[in-house]
Design a protein around this ligand. Structure first.
Ligand SMILES: C[S@@+](CC[C@H](N)C(=O)[O-])C[C@H]1O[C@@H](n2cnc3c(N)ncnc32)[C@H](O)[C@@H]1O
Length: 229
């Protein structure tokens, strides 16, 4: 996904609004990552969230951090994140537009205890070594690119601590929920309109069905590594 795509998603949805109803079965990687982060921030209180998007997740984590900074290369996302921060009156967080081809991030040496990326980039792993205190952690959750992440961690000299897969299933309750889910990305047609009824029918046929609804497979990869300095 490129920069234009992420700017468009911020403009179209006002961030990552979840408009569909669903239930989850099996190992839930997103929940496992959030639990781990909640536990870890307590002992790693200066935090950087790379690819923070609309900032809502960063702001949730701010309640546990001493200070948390979110970065994203999409200006629209940072504008939204900053608006969310003001609305929630959070004082120990800030949002900065940076990333992309940046080789040296605008942060001091050894300024962070923990740098994470939730479905964001991993290109920061080279400079993260400089920004982390010795013994600091990098972590992430992704829906692909496992080999690339592991290679980046190894090439940059991190000690890999966690490399776990989670395979679960989301059950979208109704066809309307499927329509909303299919329409979530900018550029995708609005599947909730009557003109898209046939397309929706066809799409529904490509997914599995259970007594809980229309099933969508989810695969997540959680990784954690230490920079020993
Ligand atoms: C799938 S979204 C996840 C957003 C947020 N972490 C969350 O969990 O809601 C990925 C985000 O990473 C940002 N991003 C992608 N590549 C980036 C890069 N190289 N540098 C900075 N931000 C990047 C995108 O703009 C987008 O907001």
């Amino acid at each position: 996904m490129g920069l234009d795509w992420y700017n468009a998603i911020a403009a179209r949805h006002g961030g990552y609004l979840r408009t569909w109803d669903s239930e989850f079965d099996g190992p839930d990687g997103e929940a496992a990552f959030t639990d781990w982060l909640r536990r870890t921030i307590r002992s790693h209180p200066r935090v950087l969230d790379v690819g923070c998007g609309d900032g809502l997740y960063t702001l949730v984590m701010s309640s546990l951090a001493e200070y948390i900074t979110g970065v994203d290369y999409a200006e629209n996302m940072i504008r939204l994140a900053e608006r969310h921060r003001r609305e929630a009156a959070v004082a120990n967080a800030d949002f900065i537009c940076t990333g992309g081809r940046v080789e040296v991030y605008p942060f001091p040496d050894r300024g962070f205890d923990l740098i994470y990326s939730r479905r964001g980039p991993t290109s920061h792993l080279t400079d993260a070594r400089r920004m982390l205190r010795p013994g600091g952690l990098v972590a992430g959750i992704h829906s692909g690119e496992r080999e690339r992440v592991l290679e980046r961690l190894t090439v940059n000299g991190y000690e890999i601590l966690t490399n776990d897969e989670y395979a679960g299933t989301e059950h979208l309750k109704t066809e309307l929920d499927l329509a909303r889910w299919l329409s979530r990305t900018p550029g995708a047609p609005d599947f909730t309109t009557p003109e898209m009824a046939d397309e929706l029918e066809r799409a529904a046929g490509t997914y599995g069905h259970s007594d809980k609804g229309i099933t969508v497979p989810h695969w997540r990869f959680i990784w954690v590594a230490r920079w020993n300095g």
